[in-house]
Design a protein around this ligand. Structure first.
Ligand code: KG4
Length: 340
């Protein structure tokens, strides 16, 4: 059984995974409420909150420690003070239990996370079932990253495309901030968009053309800022659901269009969806349509495994290949945002 620690941003999480049974136990402690008043994650506050949360969460796993054969920990990318804290905590666990420590790349774990559903349905048949779905194209859309990654027959990963500026989740969050909504804004924009007409306000779709797979979301928030300058407070109140609907549609259509274009090579046997933005029902629907149109199955991470969580770290420590022993988290590792 693998015990995993996740603390790369503002969620402290622990989980255990048994290859024969699946996720055995998982827990997440979110700091979102503490960061909300700052309008974003404050790294030093986040790391101090990890320091107090992780030992408390560990109490829930004490009875399982004798069955743990390996400790896994997120080694990056993420916020340096948060990663360092998690790594020190996991290293202490490794030393006190005598179990080896494996460092897991957070983005690789997101890429593998949709396969957790496949594993849960039939653990013993997992290897063959996964092999039939490779090569796989994974869309990872979170607050810090947006990228398309190819998972090859040999489980190697290749970044096919990424955003040149903001991530999709960042576009949701920055848009929400401009609209006076609290952080993180993605889920709230989705809720408001459900009441709006997406055709009333149009926002840019990033870099045009099927040949260019790069994503871009920063023009979206600039366009929103210009539109807001033209509205009175009263008009904004009235138009808010329509603006949210149009803004969300621009993000959804760009994600789906770039995924469809990447699938155009015809080499992929499945497509995946993961990361915090995968919680969004409109994103899930658009990706389902994209997959259906290309004749490949969509594997979407379960909602509780879309945002940061330790279950996907434990799963990736087993499902990924060739993961290194945990190394020191250097500033270089932290800066390697988007590397897999
Ligand atoms: O994967 P995640 O927890 O990690 C970070 O990168 O921190 O993703 C968080 C992101 C935030 O930007 C949040 O606004 C976005 O996911 N998000 C959503 C939804 N739920 C979370 N975006 C759109 N719709 C949602 N329902």
């Amino acid at each position: 059984m693998i015990l995993a620690v996740e603390s790369s941003c503002d969620e402290s999480a622990l989980a255990t995974f048994d290859p024969a049974r699946g996720i055995v136990r998982e827990t997440v402690s979110s700091q979102a409420a503490a960061h909300e008043k700052h309008g974003g994650v404050v790294p030093d506050l986040a790391s101090r909150m990890h320091l107090s949360a992780l030992p408390v969460l560990l109490r829930e796993f004490k009875d399982q420690l004798p069955d743990v054969s390996r400790i896994a920990v997120t080694r990056g990318p993420g916020l340096l003070p948060c990663l360092s804290l998690g790594l020190a905590f996991a290293r202490a666990l490794s030393l006190s239990t005598g179990r080896p420590l494996t460092g897991v790349n957070h983005l690789r774990a997101h890429v593998h996370s949709p396969f957790m559903v496949l594993h849960a349905s039939a653990p013993a048949a997992f290897a063959a079932a996964r092999a039939a779905l490779l090569p796989h194209l994974a869309l990872v859309a979170s607050g810090g990253n947006s990228l398309l990654v190819e998972l090859g027959d040999d489980l190697s990963m290749r970044v096919v495309a990424r955003t040149v500026d903001d991530a999709a989740g960042e576009a949701f969050d920055k848009g929400a901030k401009l609209l006076g909504l609290p952080y993180p804004g993605g889920a709230l924009i989705e809720r408001l968009a459900a009441e709006g007409d997406p055709a009333r306000h149009r926002f840019p779709r990033g870099i045009p053309g099927k040949a260019d797979l790069r994503m871009s979301f920063s023009g979206l928030k600039t366009a929103l800022r210009y539109q807001l300058e033209k509205l009175s407070d009263e008009e904004l109140r009235r138009e808010l659901p329509h603006i949210c609907a149009g803004y969300q549609l621009a993000i959804v259509e760009q994600l789906a269009a770039k995924t469809a274009a990447a699938l155009g090579t015809g080499r992929h046997r499945s497509v995946g969806l993961s990361g915090g933005v995968a919680n969004n029902a409109a994103v899930r629907r658009a990706m389902e349509q994209t997959a259906r149109a290309r004749g490949v199955p969509l594997l979407a991470a379960e909602p509780r495994h879309c945002g940061d969580n330790a279950a996907m770290i434990a799963f990736a420590a087993w499902a990924d290949v060739g993961l290194p022993e945990a190394e020191a988290v250097t500033p270089e590792a932290q800066l390697a945002v988007g590397s897999v």
